[in-house]
Write a protein that binds this ligand. Sequence first.
Ligand SMILES: *Cc1c(COP(=O)(O)O)cnc(C)c1O
Length: 348
Amino acid sequence: MPARLDVDLDRLRRNIMTVRRTVMPAETLFVVKNDAYGHGVESVAATAAAAGVRWFGSFDVDTGTRVRAAVGSSARIFAWATTLDDGSVQRAADADLDVGVGDPGYLDRVIAADRALRVHLKIDTGLRRNGVRPEEWPEFIESAVRAQERGAIRVTGLWTHIAETSDADDDDARELFVDAVDSARAAGLSPEVRHMAASAASFARPGFRDDLVRIGAFAYGIRSADGPDIPGIVPIAALSAEVVEVASDRVTIDIGSLDGLPSTLAGCVEVGTEAGPRHLMTVGVTTSQVRVYPGAMVGDRVTLFGPGTRGENSATTLAEAIDTVGEELLVRLTPALERRYLGAVTPR
Ligand SMILES: *Cc1c(COP(=O)(O)O)cnc(C)c1O
């Protein structure tokens, strides 16, 4: 048996409770992009829905459609892919998604589809990834107002995305966002939700919570790189692999189709073995090697990261060793990897 990801859905529920309690009265939009950060979207979304989450964030329409099938018709599902072709706009409407629109050409396509699609208009407050620049915002809002008057779209949200790396930059972004909301309201829009904060800002900046916060990392127990541990937030997934060979100085583990494990981890981290943490010596395409430990046997499991393991790694501690972020390790896990769910609720 090669590598396996054990996902503890009770821990997911607890993290979600911590998040919801922290950000109240703002609502929590649970981000499940990238196959729920590698955890597997159906089980994770169904668990969150059963725990009371009403908003999901899918990024793309395919994932949004999968979430819809898993959680049913009452949830709101926000898909903010930068742009959608006409076919995808139709599929978004069929799955009753809310779409995030930060581009005039894309807005025109959504309007032309005339499906009364729910739209969240995005302003670029400095990140320059996507979103309408402040100088183009009034015109963008005007065309949304006109389309809404004829029933072609419904503007249900206003939003932006911030870097969460510097308080000063985030403060500047906040000012632009507040102005954009004010001008949209003055132009006649009355959106149901405003949202800008992701995990880090939702916790650190209460003034940024607005109506909705978009939470990915913290729900999965992935803390911010170089950020503190947060009480009530725990990793939910453990990645382990089986020992397939024991030599005098090392054991070989079968990481199988786990080709997402960065080779740069070799030599810089310890992983959990039956006898405690041991150096990860090499990372190959299908196998890796770990310093031998007393009593090592073929069939033992070595834990690369995860809760309650003898290695005490989290995805974030591994990531920090190679200067990346915890979600990077998780989203690289192949869909073919075996996932085992503890505490599962049955997806619809
Ligand atoms: C990924 C993403 C989030 C979630 O960010 P976390 O830091 O994982 O909570 C929120 N908003 C947008 C637009 C995203 O792309």
